[in-house]
Design a protein around this ligand. Structure first.
Ligand code: DAH
Length: 365
């Protein structure tokens, strides 16, 4: 005799007749086959294999059967439930695979499609080039100094020992502001920043001054009424021409690569004594078999700028004790330097603002 069936719930008694088990199984299999997606299958699983499904309830009834009926009922219900579980697993696998395939298709990105992204601009090579030059000197402990582009005639000329009769002061080279007797010019070089610095600081002074300058030049492949210079000024005790040479050699190497040194040719500038023109070792032929070199036109050297030992008259005019201090100065064209460095054939490319030119420099420096 079996004991009391504690699980027995008369309300949920499910008939255990074979045809009803079959019907429940078939209904489950039909519902599984009809589940269109994973969400639907989830509901089917609850309805047909969940705790309150017909087969689960029937299973619970087995214990209440007389022992001789249990085996057969257990087998029948077990098979039916097994078939449902298998069908669920198979359908789940199919729907998952379908889902994955659909996601892959839906999320495909065509990387060849044109984009509507706004093209990123690029900093102008004159900006990045000026910063590079400044960085070379800042790394040596120098400072960057600046001055106005609209400059006092006295600072642009007189303070630099360019007397009233100096040819650079004529209407030929200089842009004068109206009225002409105002004594205000568009600076013709960055050298007035030397004067400004000496007048406002006490030595030792080590400054580099990149900036825009103006001259009444024609606009062609090698000239422009607006161009850029970098001025250097070092004032200290015991400064000599040798310091100048070493500094410019370092500058040249940093700009153009190892082994590019400088050569001095005697020259004249009112603000330096002695003065020199600086040539740069041609970085294309490096002075070897120069006759065929297009960059230096067979010279082995390229003209780079002017330099010299600061004229004591300039020191005195700018309030520096010329007995105690000496100094050197130099001035180079930045545009020219960049033309060499990047093989730019026409100076105008730097001023036309063509973004196709500028962006080629975008990732540089
Ligand atoms: N200011 C000169 C020019 O524009 C260049 C120059 C030459 C600057 C010699 C200097 C220097 O500082 O020492 O042509």
């Amino acid at each position: 005799m079996s004991g009391p069936n504690t699980d027995y719930d008369p309300v949920e008694v499910t008939p255990l007749k074979p045809e009803e088990v079959e019907a429940a199984r078939d209904a489950a299999l039909a519902a599984i086959a009809g589940a269109a997606d994973l969400e639907a299958l989830k509901q089917v699983r609850i309805d047909h294999a969940g705790d309150r499904s017909a087969l689960a309830l029937a299973n619970r009834e087995i214990g209440a059967l007389p022992p001789q009926a249990r085996k057969e009922a257990g087998q029948r219900i077990g098979q039916a439930r097994g078939a449902v579980t298998q069908a669920l697993a198979a359908r789940q696998a199919v729907l998952e695979a379908e889902h994955e395939e659909r996601m892959l298709a839906e999320e495909t990105v065509d990387v060849t499609l044109p984009t509507d992204r706004v093209p990123a601009g690029a900093r102008h090579p004159l900006t990045t080039g000026s910063e590079l030059i400044a960085d070379i000197f800042v790394a040596m402990g120098w400072e960057v100094a600046e001055g106005p582009v609209i400059e006092a005639e006295w600072l642009n000329f007189d303070a630099l020992n360019l007397g009233p009769d100096h040819p650079a002061r004529t209407m030929q080279d200089t842009f004068w502001t109206d009225p002409p007797e105002s004594g205000v010019v568009l600076r013709t070089h960055t050298s007035p920043v030397q004067a400004r610095t000496m007048l406002t600081r006490t030595p030792p002074i080590y400054v580099v001054c990149p900036g825009r300058v103006f001259r009444t030049d024609e606009y062609d492949a090698t000239h422009s009424p607006v161009f850029h210079q970098v001025e250097g000024l070092a004032i200290d005790e015991g400064i000599t021409m040798a310091h100048l040479k070493g500094t410019l050699d370092h500058f040249a190497t940093a700009m153009f690569g190892e082994g590019i040194t400088t050569r001095f040719r005697p020259s004249y500038f009112p603000f330096t004594e002695p003065s020199a023109e600086v040539d740069l070792r041609c970085f294309v032929c490096r002075g070897v078999d120069s006759q065929d070199c297009r960059t230096c036109r067979g010279e082995g050297w390229i003209e780079w700028g002017g330099c010299g030992v600061v004229n004591p008259r300039v020191l005195t005019a700018c309030g520096v004790d010329a007995e105690r201090y000496t100094g050197f100065a130099f001035g180079m064209g930045i545009d020219r330097t960049l033309m060499f460095r990047h093989d730019i054939e026409d100076l105008r490319a730097l001023f036309e603002g063509d973004v196709r030119f500028t962006t080629t420099f975008g990732s540089e420096l």
